[in-house]
Ligand binder design. Structure first.
Ligand SMILES: NC(=O)c1ccc[n+]([C@@H]2O[C@H](COP(=O)([O-])OP(=O)(O)OC[C@H]3O[C@@H](n4cnc5c(N)ncnc54)[C@H](OP(=O)(O)O)[C@@H]3O)[C@@H](O)[C@H]2O)c1
Length: 339
């Protein structure tokens, strides 16, 4: 097959999309040789950068390293930006808005209307507009994919979509928020909550506003996203019973670990008598429970289905590269399903 070059654009240019750009560069040869796929970067946008379009292409190396765009490339609106940058694929990784998923929902809608595949690391649009965006993508013959939104790029959504047909999901539980896990692990090792949060921010896994992590909102949105997509019921994050780790003291966390029942921020969802009940809260888990072994940025999820009594996925020490990989994998899926 002849190699096809896709114009790509980044919306949001923080930890995730910058890492994705590096990963795309690293994998350029492999994408070309194995998938007949090439890419050219024609647009980047963020609050600070503005809407930067460069129809002739942007040099990835320059912009990855503290780049300041020239004013000739700045556009006034997303519509002008899309019109000039003409992306075939739009990678969206802007900050999470728990309340309504905006403005990312509008951005993704605009990308699809323009005729691009939209690939997002953002859970907000999944919980607030999954059905609408999926339907719009279908009408346009494009894909709306978001593998990176939950469990940092580990294949969860695609596992069910592509490899578990006709399986009914009854329940799931696990540890889905890296930041609180890094914090609890650090506190167990003698650091303060603040020092441990600094560690999570240093490795790039904390939300732009880390109170989203600490108060359990990030985990609640992930639970809501999994229910919405995998259990087929739109489920706002506000319906998840939620308690963060803010009420725990350092002593309580260290004593719980020393006593063999460490604290974890545990996510749960279950369909029972036709109703879904979901929660995120700190729980002391027995040392024999696999969740007790999950430390740092690692995460774990167990699915209970009509076929598999318990199917568990553990992701050990993921980082922002694995999140970026989730988007890269979606890129390949999107353009190959269409080919
Ligand atoms: N980091 C992870 O490990 C991880 C894992 C899975 C999913 N995610 C999700 O990925 C997304 C991005 O995460 P990140 O770590 O890359 O965050 P980040 O480093 O804080 O970057 C966020 C980017 O979004 C831009 N932005 C925010 N609001 C915007 C708006 N209204 N319009 C245009 N651009 C806007 C910011 O622009 P300025 O810098 O100019 O303000 C920044 O470039 C979030 O939704 C997060 O939940 C992250």
């Amino acid at each position: 097959m002849p190699t096809r070059t896709y114009r790509i654009c980044f919306l949001g240019f923080g930890n995730v999309n910058r890492t994705l750009l590096r990963l795309l560069e690293q994998k350029r040869g492999e994408l070309n040789e194995r998938y007949d796929l090439a890419w050219q970067l024609t647009g980047v946008a963020s609050r600070r950068l503005g809407w930067i379009a460069a129809p002739q292409g942007l040099d990835a190396e320059t912009i990855a390293d503290g780049w300041k765009p020239g004013s000739a490339n700045v556009r006034n609106s997303i519509e002008d930006w899309l019109g000039d940058a003409r992306p075939d694929v739009l990678f969206e990784a802007t900050s999470l808005n728990v309340a309504n998923g905006q403005p990312a929902v509008d951005y993704l809608r605009a990308g699809l209307e323009h005729g691009a595949h939209v690939i997002s690391a953002n859970k907000g649009p999944v919980v607030h507009a999954f059905r609408e965006l999926t339907a719009l993508a279908g009408q346009k013959g494009k894909r709306y994919l978001f593998e990176a939104a939950v469990m940092d790029g580990a294949p969860i959504f695609s596992l069910f979509r592509e490899n578990l047909p006709a399986v009914e999901l009854h329940a799931f539980y696990g540890i889905l928020n890296s930041t609180t896990n890094v914090i609890l692990t650090g506190v167990e090792q003698g650091l303060s909550f603040r020092q441990s949060l600094g560690k999570a921010q240093e490795i790039g896994v904390a939300e732009t506003d880390p109170s989203h992590d600490v108060e359990g909102w990030d985990a609640a949105v992930k639970v809501a996203a999994l229910i919405t997509v995998l259990m087929g019921e739109p489920f706002p994050p506000q319906r998840v019973e939620r308690e963060g780790i803010g009420s725990l003291t350092g002593d309580a966390v260290r004593q719980a670990r020393a006593g063999g029942r460490p604290y974890k921020l545990v996510c749960r969802a279950r369909r029972s008598a036709g109703r879904i009940i979901a929660s995120v809260k700190p729980e002391q888990v027995p040392a024999t429970d696999p969740m007790a072994q999950i430390s740092g940025t690692s995460s774990i999820i167990t699915f209970e289905t009509d076929i598999f009594p318990a199917l568990t996925i553990t992701e050990t020490n993921p980082g922002v590269y694995t999140t970026a990989y989730g988007m890269l994998a979606d890129f390949i899926r999107a353009v190959r399903t269409q080919a």
